[in-house]
Structure formats: structure tokens, C-alpha cells
Design a protein around this ligand. Structure first.
Ligand code: ADP
Ligand code: MG
Length: 187
């Protein structure tokens, strides 16, 4: 199983991944961006807003993803892998580019290795505003609420276009309720 947890910032990905770590101690836990040594450098550049060019920023994320696939996913493909974000965020966050173009570029970056199970944690506008107001924001989050809601829609569109096995869970449910829905999906 190659499981990925998706959702915009504050959707509850880390919270659920920490629960999965307890349940599946033998699984390989990873993240994008920054799941490899090179990826950590790329992540700092990409999330720090260093790139002036949108194309350069997009390629930083693609480079991170390509390295992650080779270094983490391929060697562990016969184990259970759980990743905090994935190609789906990669495609969804690249809002400056058409979705179909991003899908093609990401097929190259991933050698077409796609997650077997996608969990999308979906926040309502009200809950997103409430959660963001409680944390210090990075440069992407500062782009605003409507920006993040658009990303969320692009995530849903992406899993459909890629025809991926997925579940969309209301991120406003309790931590326990979400845990149960994830467990049911992975069974
Ligand atoms: P992400 O990793 O997606 O950015 P986190 O897991 O860090 O999200 O959660 C963001 C914030 O929301 C944290 O303060 C966390 O405690 C809280 N949180 C997570 N899941 C829930 C939930 N189901 N209900 C209410 N608050 C939650
Ligand atoms: Mg997190």
C-alpha cells in the first residue's frame, strides 16, 4: 500500500499521521516536499518563496518529487508507505499552470508511480479560517483563504482525473471520527 494523506494546511494531516504511526509501526512514513536530503534543501527554497519565477518554483517541487520517488517510494514499494502529501498536492498547488499540463509533468516526475490509497481531508471555509487564525503562516498560506479553497477543489479534480482510489473526509469531524473513516478505507 502506498497511502497518502492530502489536504490544505491545517486540515489535520499530521494529526492523523501520528495516529497511523502508532497503529502501523512497521510502515515507512515520509513526506513531500522534503522527504529526502536533496528534498530538504528544495523544500526550504520552495516554501521560503525564494523563487521569483513561477516556473522555477514549480520545478523545485517537481525535483523534490522525482528524488522522493527514487529514494523513498521505489525502494519501499512492497511495504506499507504513508506519505504526508504527494503528487496530488504537487498538481493542485501549481495554480499558475493548467491542471492537465501539471498532470503530464508529474507523470514524468513520478515515473508514473501513483498512490494506491488517497485520503483527502476537506475543510469548510469557516473551519479553515478558524484553524489558520490559530497558527503562524508560511508564504503559501499567506496567499489567502480563497486560494486554499481553490487548491482543495483542484485536489479533488486531480484524484478524479488520475482515476485514483480515494476517499474525501470532512476534516471538521472529530479526530477520532476521522481516524475511524481512515481505518475503514484502508481495510
Ligand atoms: P496539517 O498537518 O494538515 O497542517 P495538523 O494535523 O497540524 O494539520 O492540524 C492543524 C491544527 O488543527 C492543529 O492544531 C491540530 O491540533 C488541529 N486539529 C487536527 N485535527 C483536528 C480535528 N479533527 N478537529 C479539530 N482540530 C483538529
Ligand atoms: Mg502537517
Amino acid at each position: 500500500m502506498y497511502v497518502v494523506i492530502e489536504g490544505v494546511d491545517t486540515a489535520g494531516k499530521s494529526t492523523q499521521i501520528n495516529i497511523l504511526k502508532e497503529k502501523f509501526p512497521q510502515a515507512v512514513f515520509t513526506k513531500e516536499p522534503g522527504g529526502t536530503a536533496l528534498g530538504l534543501k528544495l523544500r526550504t527554497m520552495a516554501l521560503g518563496g525564494e523563487a521569483k519565477s513561477n516556473v522555477a518554483e514549480m520545478f523545485l517541487f517537481l525535483a523534490d518529487r522525482a528524488e522522493h520517488i527514487v529514494e523513498v517510494i521505489k525502494p519501499n514499494i512492497n511495504n506499507t508507505i504513508v506519505s504526508d502529501r504527494s503528487v496530488i498536492s504537487g498538481i493542485a498547488y501549481a495554480t499558475k499552470f493548467p491542471l492537465d499540463e501539471m498532470i503530464e509533468l508529474n507523470k514524468i516526475a513520478t515515473s508514473n508511480i501513483m498512490p494506491s490509497h488517497v485520503i483527502i481531508l476537506e475543510l469548510s471555509k469557516e473551519e479553515l479560517i478558524s484553524r489558520l487564525s490559530q497558527k503562524e503562516n508560511d508564504s503559501i498560506e499567506l496567499r489567502g483563504i480563497d486560494y486554499l479553497l481553490n487548491i482543495q477543489n483542484r485536489m479533488k479534480e486531480t484524484v478524479k482525473k488520475l482515476n485514483l482510489n480515494h476517499v474525501i473526509i470532512d476534516a471538521g469531524l472529530s479526530i477520532k471520527e476521522i481516524e475511524t473513516k481512515i481505518e475503514d478505507f484502508l481495510k
